[in-house]
Structures are given as structure tokens and as C-alpha cells.
Design a protein. Structure first.
Lengths: 207, 207
DNA sequence: ATGAATGTGAGTATCCTGTTTATATTCTCG
DNA sequence: CGAGAATATAAACAGGATACTCACATTCAT
């Protein structure tokens, strides 16, 4: 139900063993997400993150070999969360409107804590060492869910993947824009976003 | 038809008088847009811009008092362009589908040269000295056009402004996403985006 | 109580940044 | 032509920020 997924041990210099250090690592990642969301990649410095986490810079480097490893950990955590939200909304067949409602609710929830983290992660933060493993794999699974949903509600075979891309990026655009002006929890916005999804997927038929 | 709007003389240290210097200023702004789009705000440095423009750093400071004035000039130019596109698409009453087609065509065109400039300008680049004049004024006029369009095709009085915001940010989201993966000129994408707009604005009736 | 795990933060070594300035080149116009 | 204005050049500067290390202090598990 939440984000409890076995951590595949992101590339770390040392594995935290005691409860204390686990909390430290968690605090660093959390603070990192906050800094990234609030200051963007340009303002994301290791010293700043350590300070925001209430931890010495030395502790940070005890677990993360370098800046990139930290971003990667943040990315992994956030993407896993978002993925679980979509996965849940698209699970077992439900009426279109309910799917839209749950999807919107989940996506907004996932963006409420660090409103612009998602965009920063996608647009500004550099990919992990060319491999782009986490990034690409996320994008793939992300789109798979949307594609499945589109296929379910739109019988038309053609353009299914394009539709999935359009749908997902439209939703992200709306949410990102709302996040920028602190309007994520405006009810009319949620309603209209649901409307948008329904209208597009029902493709001209009444909702 | 293009971007020929009288330049209100953005804050400059010195007005270019000869043809030579006008070309220089133009080259600087153009290069600035390129750098901003390709490297983001984090990679946007005056020296880099000067080099990209094939101009010495000194020339840059002859006309722009500081870094921010340059961004402001870039912003003004880009926003004016985008605004003229929307304005034209929303002009005189046309059938919904035609409006959607022209809007999509124009917006994609406006993003083709510097694909991610728009987003960088909105998300990363700092606003102009608190006043936020150009920025806010742009946003206002931008939304006005969308609101007018929504009001025209959607008879429902309520939520008109919210709908305009949802519509505009959805479009931007799709275009931005496509720009990121160099798919701006994919025809199916354009088609689906038109579909999205039509479906949302026709609100459940057949397109 | 002892060694391992964890935490500290001043310090280092770069690298870059925005901007100025003194000088050189090119234009305008009488 | 030639003189003063406009324009262009790039070396240099001062300052700040950056990612990261290291020698040491503290706290844990056993």
C-alpha cells in the first residue's frame, strides 16, 4: 500500500547497519529531495543537503560515494513511489471515471510533498552515468501502465502508445503547473483533470 | 506575421546604433536562448553565451548591464513569439477543430527551434528582480487567450478559468515531453494532441 | 571494556563566475 | 581624408562556491 519495496541497495560506500545510521541515510535522502525540489539542480549541493538533513557533511560521504549516487537514490525512491500509485490505479478493471479519479488522486498525492521534485528529476538532474538504468527502466514501466489503461478504455488499436504518451504528459503538465503555483489541492482543478482524462479516453462519447 | 513587435528597449547599458552592433546584440540573445535551452539555467554563464555567439565577453557587457538583463531579453523575445502564435490561433471565430489544429501547429513551431527554452524560462530561470513584470504580464495575457477560447467552445459558465489553466498546462506538458525526446514533429503526436483538445473542449460530445 | 560502527566539521584544492578595464578596430560624417 | 564616436577585444581580477577528505570524537553491540 505504501512504498515498501525491497531496496536493491543503491550504490553506497558502506551499508548502514545500526538503526541510527539507517535514520541518517533516510534523513539525507529526504533532505536531498527537499533541496532538489526547492532549489532545483542548480542549488543542489552536498553541503546544503547535509545541513538541511541536520547531519554533518562527513556523514553524507560515509554512505554516498558522490553527489550522483545521492541523486540516484532520491530518484529511485521517488519513482518507485509514483510507479506504485499508477500501478494501483490501473489495477483490476474498473469504470473509466473511477480509474481517472484514483489516478488523479494518487498523482496529486505523490507530488504534494515535494511539488517540483518530479520535474527537476526528469529535466534538470543529470542521468546516472550514461547507463540511465533507473531512469529508462522507470520510464518504460511508467508507460506500460498507461498503455494498458489506454488499451482498456479505447478499443481502437492504432496509436495506443502515442495516446499513452500524450495522456501521461498532459497529466504531468497539469500537475506540474499546479504545483508551481501551489494549487495542487484545489478541488476544481482535480475535477477538471479528471474531466480531461475521461473526455480524451472516451474519445468523444458522453462521459 | 512573425515576431516583428516594436522592442520596448529592454534595460540596456547602451543602445546599439549601427547595423553591426544590432547584429551583435541579436547574436547574443540568440546564443543565449540556445545555451539556456541546451544547458539549462545551471549551465548558463555569460562567458559561455559570448563564446556561443562568436563575440567577446566585453561586447556582451557593453549592452547588457548584467546576467539578469540578458535573461530578461531572451524571455521577452520568446514570450512575445509564443503569445503571437496563440493570439493568431484564437482570433476570429472558427470551428473547434480548426482552432485546435492551428494552435497545435503554432505551439509546436514555437518550440521547434529551442525545444526546452520555454520550460527553462518558466521553471529554472529566476524572475526579473521581484517585479516580475514581463513574466506576470505574459502569464496573464497568455491565460486570457485560453480563457476566451474556452468560453467560446464551452458554453458552461463555471470553471472557465480553471479549464483554461488545465488546457494550457496540458498542452505545454505534452509539447515539453515531446521536445525532451525529439518527437516534436511526429505527426501522430500532433494528431493526438488535437484530439485531446477537441475532446476536452467539446466535453463529451462527438468531435 | 574493546573494537566496530557512526558521526563530526574544519580544511583543501579547484574550478568558475560575473564583471571591469585598458586597448584596438571600425564606422560616420563633415 | 581624418577626427571623434561607436564598437569590439580578451586578459585579468576578486570573490565565492564547490565536491570531497581526513584525523579525530562519540556511541553502539557484545
Amino acid at each position: 500500500m505504501s512504498t515498501r519495496i525491497a531496496k536493491p541497495a543503491a550504490r553506497m560506500r558502506k551499508q548502514p547497519r545500526q538503526a541510527r545510521s539507517i535514520a541518517t541515510v533516510e534523513a539525507i535522502i529526504e533532505a536531498g529531495a527537499r533541496v532538489l525540489s526547492e532549489l532545483g539542480w542548480a542549488g543542489f549541493s552536498t553541503n546544503k543537503v547535509a545541513e538541511a538533513a541536520g547531519v554533518s557533511i562527513g556523514s553524507l560521504y560515509q554512505y554516498f560515494p558522490d553527489k550522483l549516487a545521492l541523486v540516484e537514490a532520491i530518484r529511485r525512491r521517488h519513482f518507485d513511489h509514483v510507479l506504485s500509485v499508477i500501478s494501483e490505479a490501473a489495477a483490476d478493471e474498473k469504470p473509466l471515471r473511477q480509474f481517472a479519479r484514483e489516478l488523479v488522486r494518487g498523482m496529486i498525492g505523490a507530488h504534494s510533498i515535494h511539488p517540483t521534485l518530479h520535474q527537476v528529476l526528469l529535466d534538470e538532474a543529470p542521468g546516472d552515468r550514461g547507463s540511465r538504468a533507473a531512469h529508462a527502466s522507470f520510464q518504460t514501466r511508467y508507460l506500460e501502465h498507461y498503455t494498458a489503461a489506454v488499451a482498456q478504455y479505447r478499443k481502437r488499436r492504432k496509436d495506443t502508445e502515442t495516446m499513452a504518451r500524450v495522456l501521461s504528459s498532459a497529466i504531468e503538465g497539469v500537475i506540474h503547473n499546479a504545483a508551481r503555483r501551489n494549487m495542487l489541492d484545489t478541488p476544481e482543478l482535480q475535477k477538471q483533470l479528471i474531466e480531461l482524462i475521461s473526455a480524451y479516453l472516451s474519445g468523444g462519447r458522453a462521459t
